[in-house]
Structure formats: structure tokens, C-alpha cells
Design a protein around this ligand. Structure first.
Ligand SMILES: [Zn+2]
Length: 177
């Protein structure tokens, strides 16, 4: 199992005013993350850290692709990801994380960026994601269409037990008597 240690940065120990780090994340990143909904991907993340008065400003640029299931045919598809995010980090007594401002323990001064990067990736996935036209799994879409067709004909059957129809049936039965 891959360790996410390399995504922990020592902000307190940072000597330079500006620091840039580059990371290549693959399947092992998602595998090592607890509670990740993604398993496969290949992404490049560059983080630029600026030491300001009383806080640190972190700018993330994430680019690559992740594998998710298509909304239309449920097969895996590659979702391109491009994300730019900013995080403000302060040193304080207790850990907190709200509105893009994170407070980390001033005694340690270490920020674990792994979950933040994961969230940036998740936020960059569009709500509706489908294969390019014609690239869906045709066997699956056909099956799904059949199923929705079956639901429609089911509705028609219900309509047939319409009171007017029932009255006609009764009339027919009477005339036959
Ligand atoms: Zn599809």
C-alpha cells in the first residue's frame, strides 16, 4: 500500500517565501486514501505555497483524468480533470477546516494535503458525465432502453382498467347473456 507521506508538507519549517511542489498521482493515491470513491486515475498536481504574514496561501493546479462510471451506460469512462484551487492555512491551537481556511496544530505545523487534493478532483467532476456520442456500451444502453420500454407498456396496461373500458366490458357481457 502506498503511503501518502509525500503529500504532507511541513509549513512551520518552511524557510523560503515561496515553494513549489509537483506530484504525480495514480491509482495508488486513491487506493491509499481512506474513503475514496475513485479507484483509477492519473493526475499531475502542482502546488505553489506562499508564506504570508500569519498564514500560508496554497495554490493547486490539478490536471489529468480519472475513471468513473458513465451516467448513460454505466461503463467506465475517462473523465478529464482540470482544477485550480486555493487553500489558506493558519497555525493554531486546534484543527479546523472551514470555507477554504484550514487551521493546523501550531506545534506540528504539518498539513496533509491528500484529502484536499482528492476533494478538488471530486469537485471538478461534472454532475452529469457521459461518454462522447456513440462511445457508450451499446448492449447496455439497449438493455436500459428495453427496461424503460417495459415500464411504459406497464403503464398502458394500468390505463386499460379505466372505468369507461370496464363499463363497456360489462355491457358486452350483458348483451351476451
Ligand atoms: Zn456511456
Amino acid at each position: 500500500m502506498c503511503s501518502l507521506e509525500h503529500l504532507k508538507i511541513d509549513l512551520k519549517g518552511m524557510k523560503e517565501a515561496v515553494m513549489t511542489s509537483e506530484y504525480d498521482l495514480g491509482d495508488e493515491f486513491f487506493g491509499a486514501l481512506d474513503g475514496s470513491q475513485l479507484e483509477h486515475g492519473a493526475l499531475h498536481v502542482s502546488v505553489s505555497i506562499r508564506k504570508m504574514t500569519g498564514f500560508f496561501e496554497l495554490q493547486f493546479h490539478t490536471e489529468g483524468a480519472v475513471t468513473i462510471s458513465c451516467d448513460r451506460c454505466l461503463d467506465d469512462m475517462e473523465q478529464p480533470i482540470v482544477a485550480d484551487n486555493t487553500l489558506v492555512v493558519k497555525l493554531g491551537d486546534t484543527y479546523s477546516d472551514e470555507d477554504d481556511t484550514v487551521t493546523i496544530d501550531e506545534n506540528e505545523g504539518i498539513l496533509d494535503m491528500s484529502w484536499f487534493i482528492y476533494e478538488f478532483i471530486m469537485l471538478a467532476i461534472p454532475i452529469k458525465h457521459v461518454h462522447a456520442p456513440g462511445k457508450c456500451n451499446s448492449a447496455m444502453t439497449q438493455k436500459l432502453e428495453e427496461l424503460s420500454g417495459a415500464v411504459r407498456s406497464g403503464e398502458e396496461e394500468v390505463k386499460e382498467i379505466d372505468p369507461r373500458w370496464e363499463a363497456l366490458v360489462k355491457l358486452k357481457v350483458k348483451s351476451e347473456e
